[in-house]
Write a protein that binds this ligand. Structure first.
Ligand SMILES: [Cu+2]
Length: 217
């Protein structure tokens, strides 16, 4: 398929019915309204699941400077679904830890790419700008702190990527007002695949000047 994720990939990963369906929903928008009998491969109908039966996970908090590994993990998105393979930051089951920082106090965050084969390898589309066949087996990553005021070299732009075995240290001056921000992969041509599998964080600052980098749930 030319874009989006195949239904087969999502079923294989066992994440249908999870929050990850937001990606599928976005793909479905703009198409004809589809009832159950009309559901096509781009509409990603959700299986029947009982809502609000799982306790919401509380993510770990990461404070100050340090290293976060980007690595494969596993998570059960609903009690009635199987355990799905995921990617995460910092040893979480999915996404990454809340990262807490303080206004005007610079931090340095090193990210290591320990990812194996792209979990959505079949959905890598080499016809997209920046994407290559190699992305199926050696996924590039770039960590962008969305909304942060950063020096240009620390912005995690789409071509500032590193491969498995590589690492990048991002230095954030945190010279901006309090805000909730999120961090996410930004790799050219495969962001949609990497982000569904892993990543975001955010930055909150109180009026007292406290920054709190946290996951945008
Ligand atoms: Cu962003």
């Amino acid at each position: 398929m030319p874009y989006g994720l195949s239904r087969r990939s999502l079923l294989t990963a066992g994440i249908l019915g999870s929050g990850s369906l937001a990606a599928g929903g976005a793909v479905a928008r703009g198409t004809e309204p589809a009832g159950p009998e009309q559901a096509g491969e781009l509409s990603f109908p959700s299986p029947e699941l009982t809502p609000y039966v799982d306790r919401l996970p509380v993510l770990a908090t990461f404070r100050g400077s340090g290293t976060l590994a980007m690595a494969p993990s596993r998570h059960r998105f609903h009690r009635d679904l199987g355990i799905a393979p995921t990617w995460s930051y910092g040893g979480q089951q999915y996404w990454g830890p809340t990262i807490e920082a303080h206004r005007d106090q610079p931090i340095a965050l090193a990210f290591t790419n320990r990812l194996g084969r792209q979990l959505f390898a079949a959905d890598v589309d080499p016809s997209l700008e920046g994407a290559t066949e190699q992305d199926r087996s050696r996924p590039r990553v770039s960590v962008h702190l969305h909304g942060a005021v950063t020096p240009p070299g620390m912005d995690g732009h789409p071509e500032q990527v590193f491969l498995p075995g590589g690492a990048m240290t991002y230095r954030h001056p945190n010279r901006q007002e309090a805000a909730h921000l999120w961090y996410h992969d930004h790799a050219m041509g495969i962001t949609r695949l990497n982000v569904v599998r892993a990543a975001d964080w955010g930055l909150t600052r109180t009026r007292a000047g406290r920054n709190r980098l946290h996951r945008d749930a």
